[in-house]
Ligand binder design. Sequence first.
Ligand code: 2HA
Ligand code: ZN
Length: 277
Amino acid sequence: MGYTKIEEVPAVCGFIRMCTDGWEQGWHERNGGNLTYRMSKKDVEETRPFFDAEPREWVNMGVQADNLKGAYFITTGSGKFMRNVQLDAASNIGIVEINDAGDSWRIVWGLAGGARPTSEFPSHFLNHSVRLAATNGANRVIYHCHATNVIALTFILPLDDRTFSRVLWKSMTECPVIFPEGIGVVPWMVPGGAEIARATSKLMTKYQAAVWAHHGLFVSGPDFDTAFGLAHTIEKSAEIYMKILSSGKPILQTITDDDLRAIEPAFHITLNRDFLD
Ligand code: 2HA
Ligand code: ZN
């Protein structure tokens, strides 16, 4: 309690840091990518002293979730650049409150000058709902980035969950430990709409992350470190695979399915059986 600036509140500080981290990775050209965080009661109490005297008008989202009625989110702004968040939070990010019907938001802080939440807010919102249910309330972060090598892979691999999961598991040893359930793949779709939101949220009932073909990566997590770490791990594994292919050399050895099975007892994980030979 008693923060002098909203940027000092841990939730806001962590949110801003993640925007900068993503920018520094090269995943957020121009206004690419977006981030949302479902606030805890403590986060809301710590930021409330900075809320506007009058909240702005309610805006219907075109999607609805019972388990997010009355929730508060920190969100990046539509058309805003990740690289600018650290310089001017109030213009580039904001806090929105969800109504009692779970179908509309209103801005209570930030997004100055008539800005609005990210164009992908419907996708983020539905996926918060799905991941909240799938993790018994643990999930708080949804993050979308234009991860370069993940996008590149969607031009040369068949667009199915099994192929992507196996390639990523086998390109870096700790990947199966970090996403043992695998990863989903969404075919090319128009960004920002309810259709991509629904297709993604269907996959996120069983995965922590989904690839958007020719577009980017969509990940979830309980906190900023874990969500960012997941995106970073997936993108790094994709980068290694792209480097292997780009070398033009034949692959002499790889991680086998037996190797994958051998990891299970050591790390107390169970790999998705549908993705093992
Ligand atoms: O420009 O990345 O998917 C923001 C986006 C939309
Ligand atoms: Zn995007």
